[in-house]
Design a protein around this ligand. Structure first.
Ligand code: SF4
Length: 432
């Protein structure tokens, strides 16, 4: 979502003459787009700001002005603190406000009298209306935010506080954006949302469209060959979304976080479901697409997690068999309910449990990748990491490396898988 937001910030600023650059050296504006999910996010922002400040000071010696901004969820949560502790920062704005960047820049640069900007208001209803309709594609794959925010209030999570309540974009606006991206060569779209399967966009006729309906409308667009979505919540999983995976353009890949396999911990996390619901959902998906790749998220060492609770998580992982997963040690986020819970787990116990879980998940990823050896997979090439080498993704979202000509970059071709290093696949082009 932050990568998407950064892209949109560049789009919003382009009419003002700003171009994106790879390095902060020589830039006229530096925007630090922050994420509040990971541990010690605020400290990381200050240490990064300390490093970036040098560019502003160097520019001042040359009588050149550099605007410095902090955007994203840390800005939303800690706006006043950042403004106080980093007086050299000119703009602080949350993820709902960057549609008004041109006005903020005009104010901060002194067009109407120089002013420091602190903008952490929630304006999710019209955030997307303020963004430019034209989206600039950067390759054959594109992310599109279709939904934002969350009303679930899992006890460990800051998203409902930093991104606000659930909001779905209008289907027509999304389909127009998809067509504009298709016209620029995009062949794969990934619909994004903190709770993407809660999507319920109202169309011009006043009808509510589900994520499945949106994906099937997108599948009608000529030139779009692959559709993905992330991230889903088990509670919002509808049968029509599961069934949409029968469509050849909907990729056989599902990212469905469960966080814990213990009903007690799921309750303490306020996930609003038990482990059985998760099993039922995965079973339904596998009926529609037996080959579907399942990915998940896990939090290890949540307050009160006993050896048995952890064993329940390991048991769930053994039964599901993931193709990939993200797993982290629990750490408290200020302001969340879990941050005030007792039953804190010792770091060494968390470390040992995380290691055990990750060993199992890595083995499952290796197993999943190994069973694709010898298969021929349609691969969308999206980059040339080295001369003579192409990088692409399989339908199952596996990274694939092949030897090939750079003119194939952006194309879909068939690759025979010849090997794996556990994480990614190696293959050769199949000349049809
Ligand atoms: S559903 Fe996801 S985004 Fe919403 S509160 Fe829970 S973890 Fe956070």
């Amino acid at each position: 979502m932050n990568a998407y937001d950064s892209r949109k910030m560049a789009d919003v600023l382009a009419p003002m003459g700003y171009n994106e650059v790879d390095e902060p050296e020589g830039a006229d504006m530096i925007i630090l787009n922050t994420c509040h999910i990971r541990e010690k996010a605020t400290e990381k922002v200050f240490s990064e700001l300390g490093r970036l400040k040098k560019h502003k000071q160097d520019a001042e010696k040359e009588d050149r002005k550099v605007l410095m901004a902090v955007a994203g969820c840390v800005a939303q949560a800690e706006g006043d603190f950042i403004a106080e502790r980093a007086p050299y920062v000119d703009m602080v704005f949350g993820p709902q406000s960057f549609g008004t960047l041109p006005e903020m820049v005009a104010e901060a640069t002194g067009a109407y009298g120089k002013k420091r900007i602190i903008n952490t208001d929630f304006e999710e209803e019209d955030k997307f209306d303020k963004l430019p309709e034209e989206t600039i594609a950067t390759g054959p794959t594109a992310f599109l935010a279709v939904q934002e925010g969350c009303d679930k209030f899992c006890t460990f999570c800051v998203v409902p506080y930093t991104r606000g309540g659930e909001y779905s974009r209008r289907p027509e606006a999304i389909l127009d954006e998809v067509k504009a991206l298709r016209d620029q060569g995009v062949r794969e779209v990934s619909f994004l949302g903190q709770n993407v399967n809660a999507y319920h966009g109202l169309n011009a006729d006043g009808e509510t469209k589900s994520l499945a309906e949106l994906m099937l409308m997108t599948a009608e667009i000529d030139g779009i060959e692959r559709i993905r979505y992330t991230t889903s919540h088990p509670r919002d999983m509808q049968d029509d979304l599961i069934e949409s995976h029968a469509h050849p353009k909907v990729m056989p890949y599902l990212h469905l976080p469960v966080q814990s396999g213990s009903n007690k911990i799921l309750k303490a996390m306020n996930r609003k479901h038990e482990r059985d619901l998760y099993f039922e959902i995965i079973e339904k998906f596998r009926k529609v697409r037996p080959d579907i790749a399942i990915s998940g998220d896990f939090i290890i060492g949540f307050p009160g997690e006993t050896d048995q609770d952890f064993e329940d998580t390991m048991d769930l992982v053994r039964q599901i068999k993931y193709s990939s997963a993200y797993s982290f040690k629990y750490s408290p986020r200020p302001g969340t309910t879990a941050a005030k819970m007792g039953g804190i787990i010792r770091e060494d116990i968390k470390d040992a449990r995380l290691q055990e879980l990750q060993a199992l998940l890595n083995q499952q990823m290796r197993d999943f990748n190994e069973q694709t050896i010898g298969k021929e997979l349609p691969t969308l090439f999206d980059g040339t990491p080295r001369e003579g080498q192409l990088y692409g993704r399989s339908p199952y979202n596996q990274a694939i490396y092949v030897t090939g000509h750079p003119r194939l970059d952006g194309q879909m071709d068939t690759v025979r898988i010849t090997g794996t290093n556990g994480k990614s696949l190696m293959g050769e082009l199949v000349l049809l």
